[in-house]
Design a protein around this ligand. Structure first.
Ligand code: A5A
Ligand code: ZN
Length: 485
């Protein structure tokens, strides 16, 4: 391996490894564009992103969501209508103050999220319970002037792949049910991508600005820090009251509607790359891989052998292409096979086929798996199906590997000292018994020197009979702490 390439698993080097892989694999160019927190999706990365978006779309569409597209600009008057919301976002808003040389009467915000603009329009559209539930979503750029350290795809100021869903309901309970549905949909999306997660109800003091409550998906990055990869919010009537989304109910009375919203971002692509990758680069799950199989001809000595190999490569390529497998033939003749292997490994192509004179003569191919480096010889007969099976195996293996790893990173502890030591030495997530009081949660953050992720949605059995390590009261649930991104 070339010198100077950072090692993913070495703590302290993950960030460098991540920057390296984004560049080496041609995914995202970050740090050169002269606006902080904004990067460029490169052609190969764009293809991955596109497939991830397609997956998100198909999951949402099949659950009755409708895609829409709202304006990027939100007038200050709208953004200020819900007081908690603006309090939460005030420090992160980019403002448009001029049109050419003219100062604007009302400043326009680059949307940091779209609850306000969508609620405003919903007040014209939605009048009756008969129209509900209504589920909209859009996939757009949002802008947040983040003050924490920005990082490629992980903490951006222009979030270019923001999927925000916004739903409307005729009761608190139906919005509650929608939260549960959204959680199931997100599980499906993350499972398809092999991204493991922990689901927590965020504490009161760390919920979305304007929500009744927030449920978050977090994952553990290779360096042991956690990353929030998606959130689902019950918005109650917090936006429908100021925006006057009043509906006629089944019993003919009028009431304000109820809402939820839930979001995903570029972080989905970031975690996909961070979690499955290794010291050789990215490992892209076959279902979203722009190239599923790369074919590398192995140069032959004689003119005759060369022709034989080329013809056979063409034949294999044609068969696979016609079967709908996304292939690429790397027939560059000025690049050695070793170099090609290195490049395609960095890009994370799940399967590589090597074809030399031996394979051409025996009607076989040599297949190398990107996830395990295992080499398998396959005959031409039924090759597309066999490759499909292999790809499914790669996908499952990636998912299992990632889940097994995540499980080892979640530890139950009962004392503050132990929690602190584990997060200091190993990072990951610690779970402690908790009395449920905010006072103790905040104290824990301080004493353990970590952030709170929240509590499991259901009270866990193991905390029964255990006490809150801060106040000694009986625990009612557990609380999760981690060093967060
Ligand atoms: N309107 C709701 C859905 C909302 O905005 N929720 S949120 O603020 O929690 O954002 C949704 C998700 O977007 C987060 O869970 C996080 O995964 C991602 N996200 C938020 N800020 C981000 C940033 N600066 N860069 C990348 N991803 C971000
Ligand atoms: Zn307590």
């Amino acid at each position: 391996m070339a010198k100077g390439i950072p090692r993913k698993k070495w703590r302290g080097e993950f960030s460098r490894w991540f920057d390296w892989v984004l560049e080496e694999a041609g995914i995202y160019d970050y740090g050169r564009y002269p606006v902080k927190g904004m990067g460029i999706w490169l052609p190969y990365g764009f293809q991955i992103r596109r497939r991830v978006i397609e997956l998100i779309r198909s999951v949402l569409d099949s659950a009755g969501h409708e895609e829409v597209l709202f304006p990027l600009l939100i007038p200050e008057t709208l953004l200020r209508k819900e007081s908690e919301h603006i309090r939460g976002f005030e420090g992160e808003v980019y403002w448009v103050t001029h049109g050419g040389k003219e100062p604007l009467d009302i400043r326009l915000a680059l949307r940091p999220t779209s609850e306000t603009s969508i609620s405003y329009m919903e007040s014209f559209w939605i009048k009756s319970y008969k129209q509900l539930p209504k589920k909209y979503y859009q996939i757009v750029s949002i802008f947040r002037y983040e003050t924490k350290a920005t990082r490629p795809l992980i903490r951006l100021r222009e979030v270019t792949t923001f999927k925000e869903a916004h739903t409307v309901h005729d009761s608190f309970e139906d919005a509650d049910r929608q939260v549960a549905e959204a959680i199931e949909l997100y599980k499906k999306i993350f499972d398809e991508l092999g991204i493991p997660y922990v689901i927590s109800r965020r504490p009161e003091w760390d919920k979305f600005a304007g929500a009744l409550y927030t449920v978050a998906f977090d994952t553990v990055m290779p360096d042991g820090r956690t990353l929030q990869i998606g959130t689902v919010h019950h918005l109650g009537q917090n936006f429908t009251v100021p925006f006057e989304i009043r509906i006629q109910l089944r019993d003919e009375t009028l009431d304000y509607a109820w809402q939820t919203s839930y979001g995903l971002s570029d972080r989905v692509v970031a975690t996909l790359i961070a979690i499955h990758g290794d010291d050789r680069g990215a490992v892209i799950p076959p279902n979203v891989a722009p190239i599923q199989v790369v074919i590398v001809p192995i140069p032959a000595g004689s003119e005759e052998d060369r022709r034989l190999v080329n013809e056979y490569v063409e034949k294999v390529a044609k068969t696979l292409r016609e079967a709908g497998i996304r292939i690429h033939v790397d027939d560059r003749d000025d690049v050695r096979p070793g170099r090609k292997f290195y490049e395609w490994e960095a890009r994370g192509v799940p399967l590589r086929i090597e074809i030399g004179p031996r394979e051409a003569r025996s009607n076989k191919v040599m297949v190398a798996r990107r996830d395990t480096f295992e080499k398998i010889e396959l005959g031409l007969e039924g090759l597309p199906e066999k490759l499909r099976e292999l790809m499914e195996d790669v996908r499952k293996n990636l998912r299992e590997r990632a889940w097994n790893w995540l499980r080892t990173r979640v530890k139950r502890v009962e004392s503050i000292e132990e929690a602190k030591r584990i997060l200091e030495e190993e990072r990951g997530i610690v779970e402690l018994p908790w009395c449920g009081r905010e006072e103790c949660g905040l104290k824990l953050e301080e004493l353990v020197d970590a952030g709170v992720l929240g509590s499991p949605l259901e009270r866990p059995d193991w905390v029964k009979g255990k006490r809150c390590p801060v106040c000694g009261r009986p625990s009612v649930t557990s609380i999760r702490l981690a060093k967060k991104y």
